[in-house]
Design a protein around this ligand. Structure first.
Ligand code: UD1
Ligand code: MG
Length: 455
């Protein structure tokens, strides 16, 4: 991938913060973006940038964060920061993770999830090319509160925290994102030299710049778009980050050949997989675990999760695919149809107002409007099996467990509670009786009653 591929890399992710402004019982770094906890986005980005070791510094609700991070990947170690004494102190909580084998160490933040893989790759490339410390900076209209990057030419001279900055320094709009990359051999000696003699009485990670320079290290700043450095402090910022993430993923899918006429109305999950020449109409929501194959169309206002949609299938408008829905090649799932844990065979049609759950539907079967599988008896779920090219009449109730054979039919309105052999027609409904002239009689009687009341 990159020249830095041959270099070994540790990423330390700070995730100890409280996140008070989230007003939540859930630790901030576990709030999801596109369904994945923020800190897991950061872990995945670091991994994709070639980081072979990952260390997460935990503090607030440490056990919960450790658990979630553990589920995301085995290669992550966690380190407890018991007191929050500043970013420099926080990085040192992961001191044990730093090994002589590491060439690069990157510092990321569990609440800054939009940093891109290529940004980290280029920071590592700068280390490979001779820098000892790389700081990622951004320019912003309102730099208040951020540390300022004080540069001279290519070199980063210092980072001055807002509270410690002079009037003149506060005019600088080049800000510290907090993201840094170190040549590993220098990191611990430099961080160990950081003190807390500053306006906030904290151990500032940012002091690594001046300390490093005093030791003759090469310290540089690299500019990245502000968007990548956005941190989440409250739910408004979380929604902003979500919006940016969604836009990026949609754009990526469109570049890969997915058509969207109103992309801003399509909501993706971080793991949504959509093949080329798929059309996604407006207002579609993808939950976890969806895969859509080439040429399929997902029509407006559909909701999909845990589902696979085969090539050239058409789903919706207003369809709901729940976990285990497996829609065959060229199948049609129409409006107000819900499919759960069911395989719909190639070319089968479930076009209107149906519920198909815990079922197997054969190739080219047709499920008439309003037909449902009665899969649940209040205690257990049961399966319905429908053969190939079977025709399920309108408003059939299929009381599971039940099997309808290949090429069999059920008559409209039937409650099917016994198996139907192949090629048979099952009718389960009372016989129709026509009473000659009865409607006319009734009409006359009702009109007379109405006239009497008015009079
Ligand atoms: C920090 C930077 C500042 C930069 C800004 C970008 C320092 C001294 N300052 O300031 O230059 O512009 O981020 O947002 O680094 N954390 C811990 N343990 C601690 C302290 C912090 O885990 O003891 C975590 C926080 O949860 C947070 C991150 O580190 O995710 C940054 O800490 P924060 O206190 O927000 O730093 P800032 O003052 O914003
Ligand atoms: Mg902050």
């Amino acid at each position: 991938m990159v020249s830095s591929d041959t270099r070994s890399c540790l990423t330390i992710i700070l995730a100890a913060g409280e996140g008070k402004r989230m007003a939540s019982d859930l630790p901030k770094v576990l709030h999801p973006v596109a369904g994945l906890p923020m800190v897991c986005h950061v872990i995945n980005t670091a991994r994709d940038a070639g980081s072979n070791d990952l260390a997460v510094v935990v503090g607030n609700k440490a056990e919960l964060v450790e658990q979630v991070v553990g589920e995301n990947g085995a290669q992550v170690s966690t380190h407890l920061q018991t007191e929050r004494l500043g970013t420099g102190h926080a990085v040192l909580a992961a001191r044990d993770a730093v090994a002589p084998s590491h060439d690069d160490v990157i510092v990321l933040y569990g609440d800054v999830p939009l940093v891109k893989v290529e940004t980290l790759v280029s920071a590592r490339a700068a280390l490979a090319e001779g820098a000892d410390v790389v700081v990622l900076g951004f320019r912003t209209a309102d730099p208040t509160g951020y540390g300022r990057l004080l540069v001279e030419g290519d070199e980063l001279m210092a980072i001055r925290e807002h509270k410690d900055a002079s009037e003149e320094e506060r005019k600088v709009d080049f800000c510290n994102s907090g993201i840094m990359a170190f040549r590993a051999e220098h990191m611990l000696p430099v961080l160990d030299a950081i003190t807390n003699e500053n306006a906030q009485g904290e151990y500032y990670l940012t002091d690594a710049v001046e300390i490093g320079r005093a030791r003759g290290l090469k310290v540089v700043a690299a500019e990245v778009p502000e968007e990548e450095t956005l941190g989440v402090n409250d739910r408004v910022q979380l929604a902003e980050v979500e919006g940016i993430y969604q836009r990026r993923r949609r754009n990526q899918l469109m570049r890969e050949g997915v058509a969207m006429s109103a992309p801003e109305s399509v909501y993706l999950h971080h793991d949504t997989r959509i093949a080329r020449d798929v059309t996604v109409e407006p207002n579609v929501v993808f939950g976890p675990g969806v895969q859509v194959e080439q040429g399929a169309t997902i029509r407006a206002f559909s909701h999909l999760e845990g589902a696979t949609v085969g090539q050239n299938a058409v789903v919706g408008p207003y369809a709901r695919l729940r976990p285990g829905a497996d829609i065959g090649v060229g199948s049609k799932i129409g409006n107000f149809v819900e499919v759960k844990n069911a395989e719909i065979g190639d070319g089968a049609k479930v076009n209107h107002l149906s519920y198909v759950g815990d079922a197997t539907v054969g190739e080219k079967a047709n499920i008439g409007a309003g037909s449902i599988t009665c899969n649940y008896d209040g205690f257990n779920k049961h399966r319905t099996t429908i053969g190939k090219e079977a025709f399920i009449g309108t408003n059939t109730s299929l009381v599971a467990p039940v099997t309808v054979g290949d090429h069999a039919n059920t008559a409209a309105g039937s409650v099917i509670y016994q198996d139907v052999p192949s090629d048979d027609l099952a009718i389960e409904r009372s016989k129709q009786a026509n009473l000659p002239g009865k409607a006319k009689q009734l009409r006359a009687r009702y009109l007379a009653e109405k006239a009497k009341k008015k009079g």
